[in-house]
Ligand binder design. Sequence first.
Ligand SMILES: [Zn+2]
Length: 57
Amino acid sequence: MWKCPKCGREFKNTNQGHYCGKAPKTVDEYTEQQIPETKEHITNLRNIIKKCVPGVS
Ligand SMILES: [Zn+2]
């Protein structure tokens, strides 16, 4: 078990991505709360979507 030092919640995986007490309002907030690897993955994914779909931010 791993206990988040910020919100005190316990998870099976160390550095488990979670809302840390409050739910994110935007995708940016959600991305901010992820572990670095996940964050990079989401950012890459969003860049690909932006390139492929005009008008999506
Ligand atoms: Zn937390």
